[in-house]
Design a protein around this ligand. Structure first.
Ligand code: PMV
Length: 298
């Protein structure tokens, strides 16, 4: 069985596209996939009921991504890949990367190809490029490797260690957005006003560096404050929606140590850091029926 996890960016999204570090966690929810030889190449995605044929110049990103994935295996039989997606799409949880990682993992298994999870992450970048244009690589890296890690474009993941688990709650705004468009919007702002946007990136980098220390020290009060500050900077880059802001405020009022949007923004998900497991469950109730708890050990 192939598996690709979902991921949550704790801090540093968007700035990571421009070379700053970010901290992300792999979550238990993700995508499982299996592959077997078949009469023709086909990718089935449930629960969406999609059957995708590979086409390098197809109109659908999934057609092009599947073609790019198959091209990594020049000599192979036709393959049917079936993937079960447990993540909302366009929600900032790295759904597209998780499908790519799970599909490649399943194909490797069907063809008895051995590769490390790091090599799998690198291979899945061909998939992610089709969806995101200019991906930092954080989604496919976290999807394949998991844990809690500091990531900087072009560098290996740096796993972070802590003896205190993170009690995260992930809330979904119900609004989907396009990562490609949100990344392009930040790129436009950078071009129009480099001084302002570079300052925002520098501030985010400081927050990420302090968050690394807070995670390693198990100081979740400090980490929560850093999440709140990161949310404010992302708002200044026009990435938040009023729904995401409302959810973050509701989480803080209900006892979260900190809360922020996560991923591309413009909709999608937010995260809240709970002091303890039982409080995480309480926050879940406040954040609505799609909210779930992700307990992450570093
Ligand atoms: O919304 P997601 O899960 O696709 O996360 C995107 C994270 C960005 O930093 C906005 C883009 C990237 O490639 O790192």
């Amino acid at each position: 069985m192939g598996f690709g996890r979902g991921k949550v960016i704790l801090l540093g999204e968007h700035a990571v596209v421009h070379g700053c570090p970010a901290i992300a966690v792999g979550i238990e929810r993700g995508v499982t996939a299996s592959a077997s030889t078949a009469e023709r190449n086909i990718l089935r995605l449930s629960p969406w009921g999609l059957a995708i044929e590979p086409d390098p110049s197809g109109g659908e990103p999934l057609e092009r991504a599947f073609a790019a994935a198959l091209a990594l295996y020049p000599e192979r039989p036709a393959l049917e890949v079936s993937a079960e997606v447990e993540l909302p799409a366009g929600a900032g949880l790295g759904c597209s990367a998780a499908i790519g990682v799970a599909a490649l993992d399943a194909i490797d298994e069907a063809l008895s190809i051995q590769r490390s999870r790091t090599e799998l992450a690198e291979a899945a970048l061909v998939w992610e490029r089709i969806f995101h244009g200019n991906p930092s690589g954080i989604d496919n890296a976290m999807s394949a490797v998991g844990g809690v890690a500091l990531y900087r474009k072009g560098e290996p993941l740096q796993p972070l260690r802590s003896n205190k688990p993170l009690h995260l709650v992930i809330g979904y705004s119900g609004e989907s957005s396009s990562t490609k468009e949100m990344v392009a919007s930040v790129a436009r702002q950078l071009e129009d006003d480099p001084k302002r946007v570079n300052k925002a990136f520098e501030a985010i980098e400081v927050l990420v560096r302090n968050a690394k220390l807070a995670i390693e020290a198990g100081d979740h009060i400090a980490l929560g404050q850093l999440l709140d500050l990161n949310h404010t900077i992302l708002s200044s880059l026009m990435l938040c929606t009023s729904k995401l802001d409302e959810m973050c405020q509701a989480a803080r009022a209900a006892g979260a140590l900190g809360a922020k949007m996560t991923g591309a923004g413009g909709g999608g998900c937010m995260i809240a850091l709970a002091p303890k497991q039982d409080q995480a469950l309480r926050l879940c109730e406040v954040l609505g029926q799609d909210a779930f708890v992700a307990e992450v050990s570093a």
